[in-house]
Design a binder for this molecule. Structure first.
Ligand code: NAD
Length: 390
């Protein structure tokens, strides 16, 4: 019996969470669901994320979460960002896989890749300075005083600044996670992505450290000269999982990666990248395989892991039993894998794939005509998936 925190969220969240719970339970894995309400209504009433929610996730170490609305420009900060920071969820994992029957421009291509995004550093660390403030102008002056190369050439009183921290430790942790994931999941290649030709001290550091991690795993470099003069990461040597030497290590610059992904996505396997590039690539990859309705996700950290769909709360469909539960159900499959329940995870994924391929018991967005009256509701699609498993 596993204890799992279940956060219904708000908008259409409670409907897809209910559907997912049914499907995960139908795999036969015994889970005691610890339901924690944490939607917009609860937060507005209590003025913050209730501490009991965080305590529950910390104590169970694992949560399945519905989407939560973030009001734009007012009210509380994003609950998702808050949870990510409080629980140090440093890895965002987004598998993108083609399923027969899901419509996309790439439906005749077999895409099966996993994007591993660093979640805590980079331009998204939130270290920002607003244009027009005295302290921003002072910062710009200080930067220019220290700069040995290029300087900020725009006016100090009309320029905003965002800082991009990238550390060796943060890079090691995420690239190690990507390699470890690849070994455990029988993947073949890890591709590290950034823009080191332009940002030498941040993205350059990222590549150096990626290569050291790749060396520690004994991976085969696509371009062996990239490893010249580098030693394997000393922190990882001797700790890496067996199987690393069967992996290939590649590098792509982010702009080239975008083009490659829309030209030959089937060539890519595990992709590891920084926060900003990862944010953009994860939407691009979701688009390759049919969009938000089928894009699952996991946020993994040192203290806990949260499994949730990529999409938001789609509030305009709230309470209508209309939206597609697939993305959260596939997030449930990731959760089962994380728990080590591989057979149950495979059974659930196969049932989802079969229901989608048949194209009968699917929600409106999966029908060729979105107004198709034969489209079923959220719960009915989940029930069809449960029937397949039985
Ligand atoms: P959204 O993903 O909620 O919806 C965008 C559109 O995508 C919807 O109008 C709908 O047409 C479609 N869509 C989304 N999910 C679908 C599904 N399961 N089935 C069928 N169609 C679906 O994006 P948004 O409107 O930008 O965001 C709504 C709210 O959700 C915002 O407050 C945002 O901050 C929040 N959000 C939360 C999370 C999260 O909790 N992890 C993630 C993203 C957005």
């Amino acid at each position: 019996m596993y204890n799992v925190t279940l956060i219904p969220g708000d908008g259409t969240g409670p409907e897809i969470v209910e559907a997912t719970r049914k499907c995960v339970d139908a795999t036969g894995v015994k889970i005691k669901w610890d339901v924690q309400e944490c939607g917009i209504e609860v937060i507005e009433k209590e003025g913050r994320v209730p501490p009991r929610v965080l305590e529950s996730i910390k104590s169970n170490g694992i949560a399945l979460k519905g989407p939560i609305t973030t009001p734009i420009g007012k009210g509380f900060r994003s609950v998702n960002v808050y949870l990510r920071q409080e629980l140090n969820l440093y890895a965002c994992v987004r598998p993108c896989k083609s399923y027969k029957g899901v419509r996309s421009y790439f439906e005749n291509t077999s895409v099966d890749l996993v994007l591993v995004r660093e979640n805590t550093e980079d331009l998204y660390a939130g270290v920002e300075f607003q244009a027009g403030l005295d302290k921003t102008a002072q910062l710009i002056k200080t930067i220019n005083d220290y700069a040995t190369g290029k300087k900020i050439i725009t006016r100090a009183d009309t320029t905003g600044v965002s800082i991009k921290p990238i550390s060796v430790e943060g890079t090691r942790r995420i690239v190690d996670y990507a390699f470890d994931y690849a070994v455990k999941n029988g993947r073949k290649t890890v591709t590290s992505v950034c823009k080191a030709n332009i940002m030498k001290f941040t993205d350059g550091l990222w590549y150096d450290e990626s290569r050291r991690v790749a060396l520690a795993y004994g991976a085969k470099f696509e371009w062996p000269d990239l490893a010249e003069g580098l030693q394997p990461d000393a922190d990882l040597v001797g700790r890496v999982k067996e199987g690393g030497s069967d992996l290939a290590y590649n590098e792509r610059l982010i702009d080239n990666m975008c083009m490659q992904l829309v030209q030959k996505p089937e060539l890519y396997d595990v992709i590891v990248t920084q926060n900003l590039y990862g944010d953009i690539l994860s939407d691009l990859c979701a688009g390759l395989v049919g969009g938000l309705g089928v894009a699952p996700g996991a946020n993994i950290g040192t203290e806990a892991a949260i499994f949730e769909a990529t999409h938001g709360s789609a509030p305009k469909y709230k309470g209508q039993n209309r939206v597609n539960p697939t993305a959260l159900i596939l997030s449930g499959k990731l959760m089962l894998e994380y728990l080590g329940e591989t057979a149950a995870a495979e059974k659930l994924e196969q049932a989802v794939a079969d229901v989608i391929a048949e194209g009968k018991d699917v929600t409106y967005d999966m029908k060729p005509d979105r107004n198709d009256p034969t489209a079923v509701g959220t719960q009915q699609m989940a029930e069809a998936i449960c029937r397949k498993m039985r």
